[in-house]
Every structure is written in C-alpha cells, then in structure tokens.
Design a protein around this ligand. Structure first.
Ligand SMILES: N[C@@H](CCC(=O)N[C@@H](CS)C(=O)NCC(=O)O)C(=O)O
Length: 122
C-alpha cells in the first residue's frame, strides 16, 4: 500500500512537471504590488497531494509568490495547521489579515476561487 501510494505520488509529480503552466508575465510595478499582497499568504500543503498540485499550478500560472509550507514533513507547520486551522488537512491557505486576525481557508476549489477574486487578470 505504501509502495502504491509512493508510486502514485511520483506519477502525479511527473505529470505535473511535464504539463506545468507558463507563469504569467506582469509589469515590474504590477508584480511588486501583487508580491506585497501575497506576502500575507502561505499555503500548507503536501508535495504529492493532487489537490495541492491543483492549487500550486494555479499559483504558478498567475505568478503568485506564495510561501509553500510542507505540512507532511515539517512538524512545526503540521502543528501550526492543526492548532490554527483546526484540522490536519491540505491544501489550506493561511491569510494573515493582521497580526491578530488570521483566516484559514480549506478546500482547493475555494482557495482557487479566492485567489482568482483577489488577483484577477487585468
Ligand atoms: N476536498 C478537499 C480534499 C483534500 C484532501 O483530501 N486532502 C488530503 C491529502 S490529498 C488530506 O489532507 N488528508 C489528511 C491527511 O493526510 O492527514 C480539497 O479539494 O481540498
């Protein structure tokens, strides 16, 4: 079972690599603005999770500099996710609105919808 899961993971990552979308090219000033907003975001994820791959592809396509946090291998990220978000489920987008108000957004489709709304293609 572990071997099958590992093989599936490799397959997902290989397919992802072969079919990677081309990142959007923004003007420097525009990208700087986007970077400033994305600095408040981070994605808790697993490397070979298909739902995480879907979100990462969107992030790449739209050239969003969002920090990726490996919640499988990094114990502290795993704990942050469980304590802050309430569940050890990925993908989860952490949105630090202020130092006191943090939102934890689960579900790949919802994360993508949020990113599309926040960073529309102009
Ligand atoms: N409907 C969810 C499915 C997410 C999901 O099933 N994630 C799995 C990894 S692929 C997970 O977090 N499992 C919990 C665990 O492995 O501890 C989505 O689209 O984000």
């Amino acid at each position: 079972m572990t071997l099958i899961r590992w093989l599936l993971g490799r397959l997902i990552l290989s397919l992802e690599f072969i079919t990677r979308p081309k990142p959007l090219l923004r003007e420097k000033k525009e990208q700087k603005k986007v970077n400033s907003t994305t600095s408040k975001l981070s994605l808790y994820q697993f490397n070979a999770c298909p739902f995480c791959v879907k979100v990462r592809r969107h992030i790449r396509k739209y050239s969003l500099n969002i920090e990726l946090k490996d919640a499988k291998n990094c114990i502290s990220y795993k704990e942050e996710l469980k304590t802050g978000g309430g569940a050890h489920k990925v993908p989860c987008l952490r949105i630090d609105h202020t130092t006191k108000h943090t939102e934890w957004l689960y579900e790949s489709d919802e994360i993508i919808a949020y990113l599309k709304q926040e960073f529309p293609l102009s």
